[in-house]
Design a protein around this ligand. Structure first.
Ligand SMILES: NC(=O)c1ccc[n+]([C@@H]2O[C@H](COP(=O)([O-])OP(=O)(O)OC[C@H]3O[C@@H](n4cnc5c(N)ncnc54)[C@H](O)[C@@H]3O)[C@@H](O)[C@H]2O)c1
Length: 343
């Protein structure tokens, strides 16, 4: 069992690396270290001496292919990519190259190297688009809610690629499904909701839960795009890693797509998070409201039933517990975060 984690220096990747190394698995990591702070995070969590690291950009097919030829991976986790909707709008080519072409290159490298590795790909709930045809209501306390789909959105909901990020991730998502059908490569696609947890270097454009904690602790203004009643189902990173490992070991998951999120019980609105943080941190947070962002969903809740049925996965960490862990990690590492993000 040898695992390759592509994007293994990032937030989710670091959590996965940590888990696999603690289980004494053999791990290799590829990352181009383009995300600010990844080089420092990699050193900080002190696992980099325990795995083989290659600085490879997944845009570079030849490098990727030559590397795959020399290895015999059992599992490949593709977590690398351009992760912010805002950046995809300001630099759609970078976004396309990292997410669409990058995923295609990984699939092609597996195919051409005749690798038997199983690929787990992190897609996103953004492939369902803005969801503006869904009827929503507004509860003054808890934010927007879905009038139908009480258990959340499942995988049968029609995709609608909106924003370059939605398109580029959607391309990777569909290519993974197709390479299973046409080339017998075992792929699993996770359409992930909002993930939060330890080692997340949240910034204003991505990783909003971590960013709200960091900004609050540093007494910075928090910008909210829209009315702040948008609701997400937050999934603690440890639970996502548990889902990766369960899907990796389940032949039932091969060729399938799963919505993976915190689910109905872990839903949280943006305004609610501000109030919760004010109480937990005992501070007043300065919030300013701006026009809503393109493609933003009013509410997304993942229906996780398919993952429960196929590989017995469901989110175990209650939002309050996950948030406490995340706050603790950020408090303990605030100087480090300040330094890398020049805050
Ligand atoms: N964090 C979330 O809430 C969330 C939600 C849905 C989907 N996802 C997806 O999960 C994956 C991991 O997200 P994350 O939060 O850990 O992001 P992250 O930015 O912390 O990690 C991504 C890693 O990929 C690397 N990378 C970027 N482009 C690359 C390239 N071309 N070649 C090689 N390496 C490259 C970066 O340096 C970084 O270390 C991403 O694909 C993201 O789209 C994340």
């Amino acid at each position: 069992m040898k695992a390759l984690i592509i994007g293994g220096a990032g937030f989710i990747g670091s959590n996965l690396v940590e888990k696999l190394i603690n289980k004494n698995k053999e791990v290799c990591v590829i990352d181009n270290l383009s995300r600010k702070g990844t080089l420092e995070l990699k050193k900080k969590i002190k696992f980099d001496s325990k795995y083989e690291f290659k600085n490879i950009d997944i845009n570079n097919f030849n490098k990727l292919f030559n590397y795959f030829k020399t290895k015999n991976f059992s599992h490949i986790y593709l977590l690398a990519g351009q992760v912010a909707v805002t950046t995809s709008l300001s630099n759609p080519r970078l976004d396309f190259n990292s997410n669409a072409l990058g995923c295609f290159n990984v699939l092609e490298a597996i195919r051409k190297a005749r690798s038997s590795a199983k690929l787990i790909f992190s897609s996103t709930n953004k492939v369902y688009g803005k969801l503006d045809k869904l009827k929503t209501g507004l509860d003054n306390k808890s934010g927007y809610y879905l009038k139908k789909f009480k258990k959340g959105i499942d995988e049968n909901y029609p995709v609608d690629f909106v924003t370059p990020y939605g398109c580029s991730k959607g391309v990777g998502d569909f290519y993974c499904q197709d390479y299973f059908k046409n080339f017998n490569i075992n792929t699993v696609v996770f359409r992930q909701s909002c993930i939060y947890g330890r080692m997340q270097l949240g910034i204003e454009d991505q990783g909003w839960i971590a960013w709200f904690i960091i900004a609050s602790l540093l007494n910075k203004n928090i910008k909210i795009y829209g009315d702040g009643n948008q609701v997400r189902d937050a999934l603690f990173a440890d639970d996502l890693i548990d889902a990766y490992l369960k899907a990796a070991n389940s032949s039932k998951a091969n060729g399938k797509v799963y919505n993976i999120g915190g689910g109905y019980k872990n839903r949280i609105s943006i305004n609610n998070l501000v109030s919760i943080l004010e109480k937990k941190l005992n501070i007043k947070i300065n919030v300013k409201y701006y026009k809503e962002r393109k493609g933003d969903q009013k509410v997304f809740i993942s229906n996780n039933d398919k993952a429960k049925k196929d590989f017995n996965w469901y989110p175990k960490t209650k939002f309050d517990n996950g948030l406490n862990h995340t706050i603790r990690w950020i408090v303990d590492n605030l100087d480090f975060i300040k330094k890398i993000n020049r805050l």
